[in-house]
Design a binder for this molecule. Structure first.
Ligand code: NAD
Ligand code: TYD
Length: 355
C-alpha cells in the first residue's frame, strides 16, 4: 500500500479518490484536518476496506513511525501543507511549522523506516514530495517558462516555506540516498477546491450575488491545470520517475486572472443565469493588490513529457466547464465549508482591500 499525507485537502482528496478508482492497492491517509482538510470529500470511501484514515500531524514522529511499521507502505506521497498565499501573508508561522518543520520530521521518520528495509522493498521504495511552481518566483512577460533548472527565488512566506521543504527533500537524497522525487506544479483547479482560492471563490461569490474581487489590475498570469491531470502526473512520477529528480508539471495554459474570472462568468451565464438576466461580469470589483504579488508563472513541462510520456488530458475549456458544473451540483458541499471560520477569513482578507 501507499501512505498519502494531506489526503483530505483539495488535491489530496482528488488523488485518493482517483487512486482507489484505478487500483486495488490500499492507501493510508494521514491528515491533521486543518481548516483545509475535509472528510466529506472522502465520504464515498467510508466503508472501503482498502482505505485507512488517520487523524494526525506529519510532524508527529511517533505516530508516523507507528503507521509506517504497521502498514509498511511502498511509497509516501506528501501533499500535507499550508497552501494559501494570502493566509501566509497574514500569518506565516503555520507555514513554517508544517511546510518546513513538518516536512523535516516526516523525512526523518521516513529515513528511519527506509534504512531498515532490505532487498526489493528497499529498492522500490519512493518518497514523492508535491511542490509548487511558486518556488521559482516571478517571470517577466517575455521570459521563458520555468524549467527544472530555473533558480529558486520564492517571494511569499508560502513559496519560501515550500522552497525550504524542497531543499530538505533534495538534501535527504544527496546525503542519505533516500529515493525522493519532487514535483513542481502550476495552479490546480477542479472539484473540492476550497473557496478561498481564485476559481472556486469566484464561482461561489457569483452565485451568492457577491462582488468578484480581482486583485490589482487582474493581469497577473498563472498556468492552470485540471486537478485530475496533476494526479495522473504524480502517479506517473511515482511509477517511473528517477529518484533524486524533479519534474515540473503544468497545463500549457497561461492566462491572466481577469480572463479566468471572465470565463467563470460566461460559463455561469450559460449554465445558471442570474435571475435579473444581467451578466455575472457586472459583479467584478477591482480591489487592492496582494503585497509582493508575483506577476507571472509559466511551466515548461517538456521534461515529464519526454521522460515519462505525461501530458494533460483536459483542455482549459473542458476542465473549466466540469469545474463550474461540479460547484453547481454540489451546493451543499459549499454551504458546509462556509463555516464561521471561513466567513471570518473572508472578512479579514477582503476588508482591508477596500472592496
Ligand atoms: P490544501 O490546503 O487544500 O490541503 C492541505 C491538506 O494538508 C489539508 O487536508 C490539511 O488538513 C493537511 N495538513 C495541513 N497541515 C498538516 C500537517 N501538519 N499534518 C498533516 N496534514 C496536514 O492544499 P492543496 O491545494 O490540496 O495542495 C496540496 C499540496 O500541493 C501542497 O503541498 C501544495 O503546496 C501543493 N500544490 C498545490 C497547488 C494548488 O494549486 N492548489 C499547486 C501546486 C502544488
Ligand atoms: P490563488 O488561487 O490564491 O493561488 P496562488 O496565489 O497560489 O496563485 O490566486 C490565484 C491568482 O488570483 C493570484 O494571482 C491572486 C489572484 N486572486 C484574485 O485576484 N482575487 C482573489 O480573491 C483571490 C483569492 C486571488
Amino acid at each position: 500500500m501507499i501512505l498519502v499525507t494531506g489526503g483530505a485537502g483539495f488535491i489530496g482528496s482528488n488523488f485518493v479518490l482517483d487512486w482507489l478508482a484505478r487500483s486495488d492497492e490500499g492507501l493510508v491517509n494521514l491528515d491533521r484536518l486543518t481548516y483545509a482538510g475535509n472528510l466529506e470529500n472522502l465520504q464515498a470511501l467510508a466503508d472501503d476496506p482498502r482505505y485507512v484514515f488517520v487523524h494526525g500531524d506529519i510532524g508527529d514522529r511517533a505516530l508516523a513511525s507507528r503507521l509506517l511499521d504497521e502498514h509498511r507502505p511502498r511509497a509516501i506521497v506528501n501533499f500535507a501543507a499550508e497552501s494559501h498565499v494570502d493566509r501566509s501573508i497574514h500569518g506565516p508561522e503555520d507555514f513554517i511549522q508544517t511546510n518546513i518543520v513538518g516536512t523535516f520530521h516526516l523525512l526523518e521518520t521516513t529515513r528511519g523506516y527506509w534504512s531498515d528495509l532490505a532487498g526489493r522493498e528497499r529498492q522500490r521504495f519512493r518518497f514523492v514530495h508535491v511542490s509548487t511552481d511558486e518556488v521559482y518566483g516571478s517571470l517577466g512577460r517575455e521570459d521563458p517558462a520555468f524549467s527544472e533548472a530555473h533558480r529558486y527565488q520564492p517571494n511569499s512566506p508560502y513559496s519560501a516555506s515550500k522552497a525550504a521543504s524542497d531543499h530538505l527533500v533534495r538534501a535527504y537524497h544527496h546525503t542519505y540516498g533516500l529515493p525522493v522525487l519532487t514535483t513542481n506544479c502550476s495552479n490546480n483547479y477542479g472539484p473540492y477546491h476550497f473557496p478561498e482560492k481564485l476559481i472556486p471563490l469566484m464561482i461561489v461569490n457569483a452565485l451568492a450575488d457577491k462582488p468578484l474581487p480581482v486583485y490589482g489590475d487582474g493581469q497577473q498570469i498563472r498556468d492552470w491545470l485540471y486537478v485530475s491531470d496533476h494526479c495522473s502526473a504524480i502517479r506517473r512520477v511515482l511509477d517511473a520517475g528517477r529518484p533524486g529528480e524533479t519534474y515540473n508539471i503544468g497545463g500549457w495554459n497561461e492566462k491572466p486572472n481577469l480572463d479566468i474570472v471572465l470565463t467563470v462568468c460566461a460559463l455561469l451565464d450559460e449554465l445558471s443565469p442570474r435571475s435579473d438576466g444581467k451578466p455575472y461580469r457586472e459583479q467584478i470589483t477591482y480591489v487592492a493588490d496582494r503585497p509582493g504579488h508575483d506577476r507571472r508563472y509559466a511551466i515548461d513541462a517538456r521534461k515529464i513529457e519526454r521522460e515519462l510520456g505525461w501530458r494533460p488530458a483536459e483542455t482549459f475549456e473542458s476542465g473549466m466547464r466540469k469545474t463550474v458544473l461540479w460547484y453547481l451540483d454540489n451546493r451543499q458541499w459549499v454551504r458546509n465549508v462556509q463555516t464561521g471560520a471561513y466567513r471570518a477569513w473572508v472578512e479579514k482578507n477582503y476588508a482591508e482591500r477596500g472592496r
